[in-house]
Design a protein around this ligand. Structure first.
Ligand code: FAD
Length: 413
């Protein structure tokens, strides 16, 4: 028996941490205002990719050069609510510093270390639980207008090559053989085989949660408003109730920023908001997920649905969703599938927790003992959630994980 542990936030990171901790002998209590699988979580509405090839930092110098023009173009997938800019600056300044070419290599190395075994990490978590059935296997095809568009991004090609991530290429004819419905815009593609995605991130979460409870994990519905470190750390719930445990884990996604602040930690975390549009029961669907480069969306075949997900919007955590990103994703789906009838749709907005260096945070902060942090999964939070959860279980038990955690330090900002 290891003792008692409270996990604050039950998205993929918190749920995976709770389950690995339970398997390790801890008495776990997950706290969250919503149930895992609810649409308020970012883990609900993502594109479902276990993105083992996503090792590039969130933004490149070339993208940032294009950013001013993109922000003024309503048809580009980058949005900023200008009134939010002053609050974004403390994140934007260190973000810009991480664009220099000498930062790309160490960031990609740290991303590769945390993404490369995502398939095995998800299977280790879900195998033998009802969640396993939601893991799909196939390939990932990236769509380009032409070969030049692909070959011009030499930084991505060369960086990925270093980690053995070299996709095969597909001509227009080969793309059409795989998918005769594909629109005329896409003349070239790349393909990663042995790729996994989820047929329903929400059901995956709900099934993992059901399993966790059935095996003895417990859940407390509520919102944590404060945290106190120490030999017997505690959390305060909205309403004033105080709960103590031997250890506490903070896994509240983008909402971890304000809670870390209560511990005196200057956490640089923003909501990189994204959207999805789901077409329910489409007349036809994609043979595998597509990364659609011109619109920066992913199109994923899901259970009874086709989901387009992506775009980046900076507007703060609480601003209401906008309409333009939904229209942009819908138009992008139409470009990929001009003959697909857009019938019943559902749209959603979620908040990727993103640090200025694109790397997650995992570990204990100096001066705030017995509180472990794990968040900052940006565009790959679903991919790395189970691995972050496993690292948390190692750290809680005092085991040294078999990897260098320096790049993910809580104190680095
Ligand atoms: C459009 C889009 C597409 C994406 N596609 C992919 C993809 O294909 N692959 C991929 O790997 N990633 C993808 N992502 C990113 C991924 O979804 C996130 O990085 C990931 O879900 C974050 O998980 P989390 O557990 O850290 O946070 P969340 O899932 O947001 O969970 C945080 C939890 O903390 C709870 N919480 C908040 N405040 C408190 C509090 N005070 N007390 C207690 N609990 C609290 C919340 O209610 C919530 O349940 C995508 C994201 C978006 C927006």
């Amino acid at each position: 028996m290891q003792g008692s542990i409270i996990i604050v936030g039950a998205g993929i990171t918190g749920l995976a941490a709770a389950e690995w901790l339970r398997r390790d002998g801890w008495t776990t209590t997950l706290i969250d205002p919503v149930h895992p699988g609810s649409s308020e979580q970012t883990s609900y509405g993502n594109a479902g990719l276990l993105a083992r090839a996503s090792i590039m930092p969130v933004a490149s110098a070339s993208l940032v050069r294009k950013a001013p023009a993109m922000l003024l173009n309503p048809e580009s997938p980058l949005y900023l609510r200008w009134s939010y800019l002053p609050r974004l600056l403390p994140w934007l300044i260190p973000f810009y510093r991480n664009l220099s070419p000498d930062r790309v290599a160490p960031i990609s190395q740290a991303l590769s270390q945390i993404t490369f075994d995502t398939n095995e990490q998800h299977l280790a978590l879900a195998r033998g639980t009802p969640a396993e059935r939601h893991i799909c296997s196939g390939s990932l095809v990236t769509l380009f207008q032409n070969r030049d568009e692909y070959e011009s991004d030499t930084l991505t090609i060369e960086t990925r090559k270093r980690y053995g991530l070299v996709p095969a290429t597909l001509t227009r004819e080969e793309l059409m053989e795989r998918d005769p419905n594909l629109g005329p815009q896409y003349g070239f593609g790349t393909v990663f085989e042995d790729y996994k995605w989820l047929s329903s991130p929400a059901d995956y979460m709900a099934d993992l949660f059901g399993f966790h409870l059935s095996e003895g994990g417990s859940f407390r519905q509520g919102r944590v408003s404060d945290m106190t470190p120490g030999s017997r750390p505690s959390v305060t719930l909205e309403g004033g109730e105080i709960l103590t445990a031997d250890k506490i884990v903070l896994t509240a996604g983008v909402w971890s920023g304000p809670l870390a602040k209560k511990l005196g930690i200057r956490m640089r975390l923003v909501a990189e908001r994204g959207y999805h549009v789901v077409l329910k029961n489409p007349a036809f669907t994609a043979p595998q997920p597509y990364m659609v480069t011109d619109a920066k969306i992913v199109l994923t075949p899901m259970q009874d649905a086709l989901r387009g997900a992506g775009v980046v919007e900076f507007a703060g955590i609480d601003a209401p969703p906008a309409k333009a990103p939904v229209d942009l994703i819908t138009a992008a789906i139409k470009r990929v599938y001009p003959d697909l009838e857009i019938g019943e749709t559902e749209s959603w907005m979620g908040r990727r927790p993103t640090t200025p260096d694109s790397l997650p945070v995992v570990g204990e902060a100096s001066g705030a003992v017995n509180i472990l942090h794990a968040y900052g999964g940006q565009h790959i939070g679903l991919t790395i959630g189970p691995k972050l959860g496993r690292i948390v279980a190692d750290l809680a038990a005092g085991r040294r994980p078999n990897m260098d955690l320096w790049a993910y330090s809580v104190d680095r900002f």
